[in-house]
Design a protein around this ligand. Structure first.
Ligand code: ATP
Ligand code: TZE
Ligand code: MG
Length: 267
């Protein structure tokens, strides 16, 4: 992996100086994602109102924008925050939840893409559709394998000059030049709502910690989820116990274990 630092070193740096991350996320994910960031060692703030989102982006070290439960007022807040982050040179992450489903979502995502997210994180169906392909996604859930989204991700990364992460059974990350696959996690992860949305917020936390290495930050966040997910699955009886075990595993994961267990290979 061609990054300046290891995932473990980035996790350690994040915990030593917990970054303030502005998460504009959906109603389903707000509580889940805030707990995920706290467990990992970052400081989340769910601030989306049009009246303050832009101003708040000036205080935060990174911004994440997720369109999961969209409404017009929220779009104004998302755009204000994205503009403020971009003009301050701060990283911001776009999660285009089910953008293929309706014209309202498609238009919102097109406007957000024009505001130049530095990182885009989605499931395979979302990334395929963002690149203009035929996706089989149903609502917010992916119906496509990540392998089939790799070409779309490379195309999107080049076109947007952004890091693109596609998640699923095997994750894929590219900046248009470099690309890696990350294995791990658990089949229980897509059975717990909003873990992908929470991962988007965690990508923002790592990006805030190492803004000079957004590719490495994205890989580190995904590897953290992969190892915490594997650990949580060991004792889980189903999605319910997996959800709380995942928070505990994330909190207990240390830098050395992450670096020893992360499975990241060039793609
Ligand atoms: N079958 C699987 N096996 C292992 N890990 C998985 C599997 N499916 C998803 N994951 C992991 O789950 C996490 C969330 O990714 P996912 O692709 O499910 O996001 P998403 O579809 O955007 O989720 P949501 O919309 O619920 O937020 C990632 O860390 C991913 O690696
Ligand atoms: C279930 C659901 N519906 C809109 S957003 C969301 C969270 C997972 O993406
Ligand atoms: Mg999602």
């Amino acid at each position: 992996m061609q990054t300046r630092s290891t995932p473990g070193a980035m996790l350690k740096a994040m915990r030593e100086k917990p970054p303030l991350v502005q998460c504009i996320t959906n109603y389903v994910a707000m509580n889940v994602a805030a707990n995920v960031l706290l467990a990992a060692g970052a400081s989340p703030a769910m601030v989306h109102a049009a009246e303050e989102a832009g101003e708040f982006a000036g205080l935060a070290s990174a911004l994440t924008v997720n369109i999961g439960t969209l409404s017009t007022q929220w779009i104004d807040g998302m755009q204000a925050a994205a503009k403020a982050a971009t003009s301050a040179g701060k990283p911001w992450v776009l999660d285009p939840v089910a953008h293929y489903a309706t014209a309202f979502r498609r238009d919102a995502v097109a406007a957000l893409l024009a505001l130049k997210p530095t990182i885009i994180r989605g499931n395979a169906s979302e990334i395929i559709a963002l690149a203009g392909g035929e996706s089989r996604g149903q609502g917010v859930d992916s119906r496509d394998p990540v392998e089939q989204a790799e070409g779309s991700a490379r195309w999107l990364a080049e076109r947007q000059q952004a890091v693109v992460a596609v998640t699923g059974a095997v994750d894929f990350v590219t900046d248009g030049e470099r690309a890696v696959r990350i294995t791990g996690g658990s089949a229980l992860m897509p059975q717990v709502t909003a873990l992908g949305c929470s991962l988007t917020c965690l990508v923002g936390a790592f990006a805030a910690t190492v803004p000079e290495d957004l590719f490495g930050a994205t890989v580190a966040a995904l590897a953290t989820f992969a190892i915490a997910g594997e650990e949580a699955a060991l004792g889980a009886a189903g999605p319910g116990s997996f959800a709380w075990r995942f928070l505990d595993a994330l909190n207990a994961l240390d830098a050395e274990t992450l670096d020893a267990r992360a499975r990241i290979s060039a793609a």
